[in-house]
Ligand binder design. Structure first.
Ligand code: ADE
Length: 419
């Protein structure tokens, strides 16, 4: 079986990690059982471009259990867990092309190998498979039945393709499911970003001015967690409603140029480019720390920081580089400006990925079942899948909720009743 991983002998450790994550993924376990019985993906060639983590391992095992012929490549050069990749290849016979720290050429070589698998279904975290297939392998499109997208940045790219009429296959915006973004983006990113920052730097958050760029679900989650640790949270936004929301949630809101002067720790979670740029580095305090938790490494203008630095001391700690500016101020860049939660920590915990990845698996089944009727556009997750995932998750946590009475249902659906 073809593969490209760091070291197969890491498999034993990776298997333990996969099994540890599996304990906390009961909804995905239920989907896996269903897939084992029903084999909805039987014989389907699939390529997945995801962060190669223990949680992803359980997703690809589920898809394989459903009959898929699946290969996996990394969606980020720094997010691969090499031991997990080794176990997937050795213990589960799933071809993986991913090595933590791989350079850009290797990253794209791996992506291209995954595409040469000739998938009829793809699964993306950042839309790299879909956009590369559209650009470089248009001959595959005819046979493709659809794709799933895991992240906000990817959905933004795909909607832009749809708007330009460039999208030629149906895609499902898994990211936009409530069972995904309200939990994975908020609690997952909130906790794992702080985890990555602390693992990389060992700093105390209490008393620090923590500047959070972007108040979407990810920014909201991180702001809540940073405040919970005693950080003085400052939010920067471009959307007036989100700015207002952050203000009323109790945070200071100001433009980045003002926040730059007082921040101790900066984190970008916007999905846009150059959110922290030259003028911000120029204004920062000595010792400021800068990181990103958005999908691509474009939110911090790292090239500009490199140009501005008279010296760069790489690796003053793992995942921490020191940039010494002309006037002697030092700025610390964490995780090379890539997703800090996956670079320096382990990504979101399994319990929250349980919902996202159950939704991914069920969305793949939905695409297969509905393939005759789908058009080349971006689809939302069905209410049925949302209800299935949230109901099972609640019940796995031992939590019950009320059920509407007939009278209450009638009241909610009628307009005659009122005052
Ligand atoms: N994205 C964020 N956290 C993740 C994880 N643990 N596994 C896969 N993708 C992720």
């Amino acid at each position: 079986m073809e593969h490209d991983i760091k070291n197969p002998s890491l498999a034993e450790k990776g298997k333990k990690r996969i099994e540890w994550a599996e304990r906390d993924m009961p909804v995905l376990a239920a989907v896996k059982e269903k897939f084992e019985r029903e084999k909805p993906m039987s014989g389907m060639k699939m390529s997945a471009c995801l962060h190669v983590t223990a949680e992803t391992a359980n997703l690809v095992r589920t898809l394989k259990a459903g009959g898929a012929d699946i290969v996996l490549c990394a969606s980020n050069p720094l997010s691969t867990q090499d031991d997990v990749a080794a176990s997937l290849v050795t213990d589960y016979e799933i071809p993986v092309f991913a090595i933590k720290g791989e350079d850009k050429d290797t990253f794209f070589r791996h992506l291209n190998i995954a595409i040469k698998h000739n998938p009829i279904i793809t699964m993306d975290d950042g839309a790299d498979l879909v956009s590369t297939i559209h650009k470089d392998y248009p001959q595959l499109i005819e046979n493709m039945i659809g794709s799933m997208e895991e992240t906000t940045t990817g959905v933004i790219r795909l909607r832009a393709m749809e708007k330009d009429k460039a999208l030629k296959i149906p895609v499902v915006a898994v990211n936009d499911a409530q069972t995904k973004n309200m939990f994975d983006n908020r609690y997952g990113t909130g906790q794992s970003t702080i985890d990555g920052i602390i693992r990389a730097t060992d700093i105390l958050i209490a008393g620090k001015n923590v500047v959070i760029a972007g108040y979407g679900w990810c920014g909201r989650g991180m702001a809540a967690r940073a405040a919970g640790l005693g950080g003085h949270v400052i939010v920067t936004e471009v959307d007036p409603i989100k700015g207002l929301e952050a203000t009323m949630d109790g945070f200071r809101v100001m433009p980045m140029i003002d926040a730059a002067k007082i921040g101790d720790l900066f984190c970008t979670l916007t999905g846009d480019i150059n959110v922290i740029d030259q003028q911000h580095f120029e204004a920062m305090r000595d010792g400021a720390m800068v990181c990103n938790s958005g999908h691509f490494d474009v939110e911090i203008n790292v090239n500009k920081l490199k140009e501005m630095a008279k010296e760069v001391k790489a690796g003053v700690r793992n995942f921490v580089d020191e940039y010494v500016l002309e006037d002697g101020r030092k700025i610390y860049l964490l995780g090379e400006g890539r997703l800090i939660n996956l670079a320096a920590a382990e990504g979101h915990p399994a319990s929250v990925m349980d919902m996202s990845f159950s939704t991914q698996a069920l969305a793949s089944e939905w695409v297969v079942k509905n393939k005759e009727n789908l058009e080349p556009k971006v689809y939302d997750i069905s209410k049925e899948i949302e209800d299935y995932v949230s109901t099972l998750k609640l019940s796995s946590m031992g939590i019950k909720i009320d059920i509407l009475t007939k009278e209450q249902k009638n009241y909610l659906s009628s307009w005659q009743e009122g005052t």
